[in-house]
Design a protein around this ligand. Structure first.
Ligand code: GLU
Length: 491
């Protein structure tokens, strides 16, 4: 659509939580619009009121906000977390547009592209049972399709309950041209005469989404693959109304590693759960952007600005994208290392609240574990040994390989002296401490292994831990020497 201002939308239903796949949809819609300097709308599709969940809209907007996905138009939260709507097409909450939808439904009837259906739920149930019994495809049997205008009028005048259905062709094919999938053909005879207006006057998704996309000037409809089979019905409405359809792009499914559809059973699907666990917005954005699309084969790290610059809808894969938690973890570690120290402390120090220690020590501990961390919450258990007053050496060997206890003692005693000699201003400088201690080891003609092993175990009470230099620089001189003295007593 050359010359047209690009307009995309994310149109979730407020069902209570934001699916991680929905975040990717929203992100792609945002990337495409922002790349073109166009608009990105957030529209709430709440016409199925039976699925309505209290507070779901606020929750949805809050999660998008945390993820830094920001619409230029539509529904949003103000600074007091109140729902606001901005833009030329208010309301953006679909149920409030129902009169517009009713008007369109009427026009479709006038054009003979839709019809009133008076079938009761009992009749529909019987039809379905019969179809199942005779092993035919289930679906509406077209009973009310050809009622005469007089019959319809009599029933309406009598106040009979009714819905409005699309009058879809019974034969032939329709081709959906999808930006990602190319041409996809559908046979009309396999598509049901869809209800577009329910008996309570509320539109269904198909009419509401199509009408709103048209009225709001949407140029690109980006949504999950599960909506592909609905698109013929939507194209039918566009054509019946004489509207120009937007471009459609149906995104690949997100799959578990075993190639089944990503489901709650195999892990979290709610975006807010990831945020609560401590996954960073940048990591999630980076990760989700690359689920099904990658601008270059040789890079995995992309900032939001780079994603906006590079995004190409036509390069999104057709095949399902596998959700690799390892990769998300790796990205989270990357962004934790990248963030500035102050922001990092704000994120991590709350997880050290249970330890009685001053903030300086806590900060040094947090920095020590930064490289190894996937999620901030992991730190709580991993670092407890750095806060303990007494270490338990009963399950570790302080002596190095076949060395004797006396040899270990000799090295630990020397270590205390070396540490005491460190100038106070250098006591938190791991690099300095390393060269300082290594010089002494050499002077004594000792080996690194046989000296540093007892030293490290004495400092940590563990056979696996960060290096003794890092440990000294974290604990400081006093704590370090007191730990070594404890270990000497144990020997
Ligand atoms: N309301 C639909 C949903 O909940 C949106 C489908 C679409 O984008 O057209 O996913």
């Amino acid at each position: 659509m050359p010359g047209k201002r690009i307009k995309t939308r994310f149109a979730p239903s407020p069902t209570g939580f934001l699916h991680i796949g929905g975040v990717r949809t929203a992100l792609y819609a945002e990337l495409l619009a922002k790349q073109a300097g166009g608009d990105f709308i957030l529209r709430i599709e709440d016409t199925d009121q039976s699925r309505y969940v209290e507070g779901a809209v606020e929750n949805l907007c809050r999660t998008l906000k945390q993820l830094d996905i920001t619409p230029t138009e539509g529904v949003w939260l103000d600074d007091n977390e109140k729902i606001i709507q901005k833009g030329d097409h208010v309301p953006y909450i679909q149920s409030a547009r129902k009169q517009i939808h009713q008007e369109y439904a009427k026009q479709l009837i006038e054009k003979d592209k839709a019809y009133y259906c008076f079938c009761t739920a009992e009749r529909l149930e019987e039809v379905r049972k019969m179809q199942e019994l005779t092993k035919r495809p289930t679906g509406y049997d077209g009973h009310c399709r050809d009622l005469s205008p007089e019959e319809v009028k009599t029933k309406l005048d009598a106040g009979e309950n009714h819905v409005i259905r699309l009058k879809l062709p019974n034969e032939g094919e329709i081709t959906v041209s999808d930006v990602i999938r190319g041409d996809v053909r559908f046979e009309w005879k396999l598509i049901d005469d869809q209800v577009i207006l329910k008996s309570d006057g509320m539109p269904t998704y198909h009419l509401a989404a199509t009408a709103d996309d048209h009225d709001m000037g949407i140029t690109h409809v980006i949504r999950g693959e599960e909506w592909l089979s609905s698109t013929p019905k939507h194209l039918f409405i566009y054509e019946a109304m004489g509207w120009e359809p937007p471009a459609f792009a149906h995104l690949p499914l997100i799959l578990n590693p075993d190639k089944t559809k990503l489901s709650k059973r195999q892990g979290d699907v709610a975006a807010e759960d990831y945020l609560k666990k401590g996954y960073l917005p940048q990591a999630l954005t980076n990760f989700l952007a690359l689920l099904g699309w990658n601008p270059t084969a040789d890079r995995e790290i992309f900032s939001k600005d780079e994603l906006i610059k590079l995004f190409d809808l036509s390069k999104v894969n057709k095949a399902g994208a596998i959700f690799q938690l390892d990769k998300l973890n790796w990205l989270n570690n990357h962004y934790l290392r990248e963030m500035d120290d102050q922001a990092y402390f704000e994120l991590v120090l709350p997880y050290l609240n249970s330890y009685k220690a001053n903030d300086d020590l806590k900060q040094r501990v947090a920095l020590l574990y930064r490289e190894r961390m996937t999620l901030p919450s992991e730190i709580t258990d991993e670092v407890s040994y750095l806060f303990d007053d007494k270490l338990d050496y009963s399950n570790v060997s302080i002596t190095w390989k076949d060395h004797s206890k006396d040899e270990a003692k000799e090295r630990l005693q020397a270590s205390i002296e070396w540490i005491e000699q460190i100038d106070d201003s250098k006591q938190y400088d791991a690099q300095f401490i390393e060269s300082h201690i290594k010089t002494f080891i050499q002077e004594n003609g000792w080996g690194n292994g046989d000296t540093l092993w007892p030293l490290r175990v004495a400092l940590s009470g563990k056979e696996k831990s960060p290096s003794p230099f890092d440990l000294i620089a974290t604990l400081g001189k006093k704590q370090s020497t007191s730990r070594i003295k404890q270990a000497l007593q144990e020997l």
